[in-house]
Design a protein around this ligand. Sequence first.
Ligand code: PLP
Length: 388
Amino acid sequence: MAIERIYLDWNATAPLLGCARDAMIEALSLPGNPSSVHAEGRSARTLVEQARRDVGALVGASSATVTFTASATEAANHLLSPVYRMGRSAISIGRLYVSAIEHPAIRAGGRFAADRVSEIAVKSSGVIDLDALAAHLAEHDTTSGLPLVALMLVNNETGIVQPITEAAAIVHKHGGLLVVDAVQAAGRLPVSIDALGADFLIISAHKIGGPKGIGAVIARGETLMPEPLVRGGGQEKGHRAGTENVAASAGFGAAARLMADGLEARNAAIAARRDRLEAAMAQHAPDLLIYGRSEQRVANTSFFHLPGLKAETGQIAFDLEGVALSAGAACSSGKVGASHVLTAMGEDAATGALRLSLGPSTTDAEVDRAIEVFAKVAGRRKLSGQAA
Ligand code: PLP
């Protein structure tokens, strides 16, 4: 008999929402190119522009500031550019500053050479060190161009909410630009580009129940934009060439519309389940170390280290019992590497940590089962007295 699967890896990707699937299926049957002026083209354009309004609304932005990309990773590569444009004027960026806990999409540095990227330290709590940010920017050589800073709003491994509003004040005091990776925050926290003080936001459809393979750049205004990454036709107002992915944008928009609603009630239910899970796990394994528990975290994430259990072994043990979780971030190769987030926090990253991440449709029964499996895995570790 096949075992029932329990999906607790929502930070890696969220299952596709029914409304997103329906919107995509409808869009797939439209024959037109959104750039065509005939009725077929206009129908496709209508869907893309509705999606742009819905995606903008999720982060308090107008549709005119939303550019669709093929992923959040592409959005990061677009924004991490040494040249920006304001009308016909080129604006040079001298150096890129990224925190040590950024996702590889940001840490890779986009279009900057490695020697033009500086790393901002994080505190042992997992929170970006704002004093370190201020010290770096105070030393920035403005003759080389403006400083560009890229920080995440919510860390994908720990779930810790980062002090972006304060960071934005520091960046702007030094005349810099701030790109905020809001991939793990959108749909989980109220996100407003204005309230954050970000110049640009990045979000991804597949983390909010939309399709994989579409992301968005949201700009604070319409005048300042990076030199395009994908050149060609004039789609997306010349910021991102290529015929729009009509079905993916329709799915993205439908998911954004749903996730913009009822955030508080959804979070309360998810937090109650996550907190119950953590309390039970700590009871079964008093030596359990849960990262970020005393910091502000998103409601759905639990990142923990179980002494004597290698994360990779733990992940396999959970998987065999039907529970999908992650050993740190989902790595493209499927291999578990040492977590750069733990390393940045000064933790011993060698044995690694496990991440359970819940979603709006996670049930109490699924949490019960995850607790049972945890107890089994933790118990086995105790019995053998070494890594299970
Ligand atoms: N930024 C963060 C914080 C993420 O968690 C992810 C996905 O794991 C990305 C960026 C990249 O998103 P995408 O898969 O759309 O390229």
